[in-house]
Ligand binder design. Structure first.
Ligand SMILES: Nc1ncnc2c1ncn2[C@@H]1O[C@H](COP(=O)(O)OP(=O)(O)OP(=O)(O)O)[C@@H](O)[C@H]1O
Ligand code: SF4
Ligand SMILES: [Mg+2]
Length: 337
């Protein structure tokens, strides 16, 4: 459907490593060779990921804890530089833009975090929190600021009368709405929601999720929706991307993924959810431990836990390939089907 359009966001073989391998001939390198200094571990948090997000799409990003979802989300939002590969917005690679252009592009993508309390400055009143960015970026002027802030608060479902209060005077759900109003104030096109409702009571979660969907209709917003809750993802998203230890292992439309998961890892994730109670179960109980991203298994990262693993799986990284239209999976089994 979207194949001819330029994606809003495109990641091309994007990786993120934490901790550096010292450059050859550097002092650190020499010290490590002489065993006078211990090598620092390198985490491959995100490993050569391709991802496209088209305007208007709601893309879900799932995978067990530590698989790199937040790191990927932060790179999409421009909050973390990529270690290698190319991130593009509207077809323009970020590393070819001037600092000013990059700044403008960054406003297009806003992040909504899990814990609104830690992302809101406790010493500022709500109107400053919501209005500051818009004023700074010239989206409103001082005279129009009050009305501008009121409009954002209303959009996020908060009464403008509460504008003089401080964050601690609000409930968790309301604080999340303040964070949403602040994001909306800079007129973004994409919201990266990183476990944005995970810390809230279930009834409040539903309200915030409804707000996200209303905003999608009203403002034509696009979403990258990171969630542990597969029920929420099934309910909300158009497409789902599944990560395992830094790599994308499967990507498909929500209907395809939940009806015809291809990758053994995705199948294992989905098998954890009893269908009669999809909302309450989180996927944290797949057999076998998640290997450390500091030292991921060779070949297919999933092989130590995969019931179908063969010798080839231990040696060769499976490529992400189309198994049916717009359904990608990275598993050697598809070569024999
Ligand atoms: N700033 C950092 N410095 C070093 N390592 C990091 C940093 N941020 C993340 N990591 C590591 O990168 C890997 C991926 O982390 P990330 O937070 O992206 O995972 P996640 O999928 O969001 O997990 P969760 O579901 O628990 O939020 C983990 O091994 C994590 O420890
Ligand atoms: S490539 Fe091999 S180990 Fe990996 S998911 Fe497929 S069958 Fe399992
Ligand atoms: Mg995370």
């Amino acid at each position: 459907m979207h194949s001819e359009q330029i994606p809003l966001i495109e990641l091309d073989q994007v990786s993120k490593t934490f901790g550096k391998v010292p450059a050859e001939h550097s002092v650190q390198h020499l010290l490590q060779r002489l065993r006078l200094s211990k090598p620092k571990p390198v985490t491959h948090a995100v490993d050569r990921v391709d991802l496209r997000i088209h305007r208007g799409e709601v893309v879900g990003l799932v995978g067990e804890s530590g698989c790199g979802k937040s790191t990927l989300g932060r790179m999409v939002a421009g909050l973390l530089p990529v270690s290698s590969g190319t991130a593009s917005v509207d077809g323009k690679p970020l590393d070819t833009l001037t600092a000013q252009q990059r700044h403008a592009v960054r406003l297009k993508v806003q992040m909504i975090f899990q814990d609104p309390s830690s992302s809101l400055n406790p010493r500022l009143r709500v109107d400053r929190i919501v209005g500051e960015g818009a004023l700074l970026h010239g989206l409103t002027d001082k005279r129009g600021l009050d009305d501008y802030v009121s409009a954002q608060l209303q959009r996020a479902g908060l009464s403008p009368q509460l504008r003089q209060r401080y964050p601690h005077q609000f409930s968790g759900g309301q604080r999340q709405r303040i964070g949403i109003a602040r994001a909306l104030a800079v007129q973004p096109e994409l919201l990266v929601c990183d476990e944005s409702v995970a810390a809230l009571d279930v009834s409040i979660q539903a309200q915030i999720l409804n707000l996200f969907m209303d905003l999608r209709d009203e403002l034509g917003l696009t979403y990258l929706f990171i969630s542990h809750d597969l029920g929420v993802v099934e309910h909300l998203c158009d497409r789902v991307v599944v990560m395992y230890l830094g790599r994308v292992v499967e990507s498909a439309s929500v209907d395809d993924l939940f009806a015809r998961a291809n990758h053994p890892y995705t199948q294992a994730l989905l098998a954890q959810i009893p269908r009669f109670d999809i909302r309450s179960t989180r996927y944290d109980a797949i057999k076998g431990e998640i290997p450390s991203p500091l030292n991921p298994p060779a070949g297919c990262h999933f092989h130590p836990r995969c019931p179908h693993a063969t010798v080839r799986c231990r040696e060769e990284v499976p490529a992400l390939r189309e198994v049916s239209p717009n359904h990608l999976s990275a598993c050697h089994l598809n070569d024999y089907r």
